[in-house]
Design a protein around this ligand. Structure first.
Ligand SMILES: Nc1ncnc2c1ncn2[C@@H]1O[C@H](COP(=O)(O)OP(=O)(O)OP(=O)(O)O)[C@@H](O)[C@H]1O
Ligand SMILES: [Mg+2]
Length: 207
């Protein structure tokens, strides 16, 4: 009896630290998971300064597309110390074609980001048809702008879905029209049907 209790004690002192040692990697995983979840919830709960779903704001009867950047000062939130625009101004008259030319990193894409209102400048104004873009209902004004960016993001879906993503409830005719306007309809039609596994097949079938 005495010997057996003794044995239990030895076993206890032997097993206990071992089990704790085995549990510690899991504890690390729990802690890491908790930290990651905290970050994720923080991101989900963050109220963006520019709210894309805000339905307040102005709509215009008719939009002409005159673009004005007036004395704009801008730095990206991630790098506030680096001033991208330092009193930059630009005027593009409605109905004209303009090209922004400059070396890589000179701020061409940033101009577009400000017009689309992905960011607001720290000072100065961005105007469309004489109205500050901050005054527009965001989804409405973005709906008036067509943008094909340098590095387009395609969703793993049909070409049709990718085009339709730009407009809620777009009809097949509108999607086809957009493809034609973008000079993409012809090359899409030429795509071989063998590209079955990708987006292209569905475009030919659905459109
Ligand atoms: N999201 C961002 N956060 C921080 N800095 C950024 C961000 N996007 C761009 N930048 C910086 O802003 C500057 C202007 O970048 P922008 O992309 O507007 O240049 P670009 O003229 O379009 O260049 P490219 O010809 O390479 O497309 C660069 O120094 C770039 O590193
Ligand atoms: Mg660019």
């Amino acid at each position: 009896m005495h010997a057996s209790t003794h044995l239990h004690k030895i076993l206890y002192w032997y097993m206990c630290p071992r089990s704790l040692g085995q549990a510690s990697p899991s504890m690390n995983a729990f802690a890491e998971g908790q930290a990651a979840a905290y970050k994720m919830f923080q991101t989900i709960e963050r109220k963006p300064e520019i709210d894309a779903y805000d339905t307040n704001g102005k709509r215009l009867e008719d939009i002409h597309g005159e673009i004005h950047l007036r004395d704009v000062y801008f730095s990206y939130p991630a790098r506030p110390e680096e001033l991208i625009f330092n009193g930059f101004s630009l005027h593009i008259a409605s109905g004209t074609t303009a090209a922004l030319v400059g070396q890589s990193g000179s701020g061409k894409s940033t101009v577009i980001s400000l017009i689309e209102r992905f960011y607001d400048p720290q000072a100065g104004e961005v105007l469309i048809d004489g109205t500050n873009v901050k005054e527009f209902e965001l989804r409405w004004i973005r709906g008036k702008i067509g943008l094909v960016s340098q590095e387009p993001v395609l969703f793993a879906s049909s070409i049709k879905d990718n085009i339709a993503y730009g407009k809620d409830g777009a009809t097949v005719e509108e999607i086809r029209g957009a493809a034609e306007l973008a000079n993409a309809a012809k090359f899409i039609d030429k795509l071989p049907r063998v590209l079955d596994s990708s987006h292209f097949y569905y475009f030919k079938v659905i459109l």
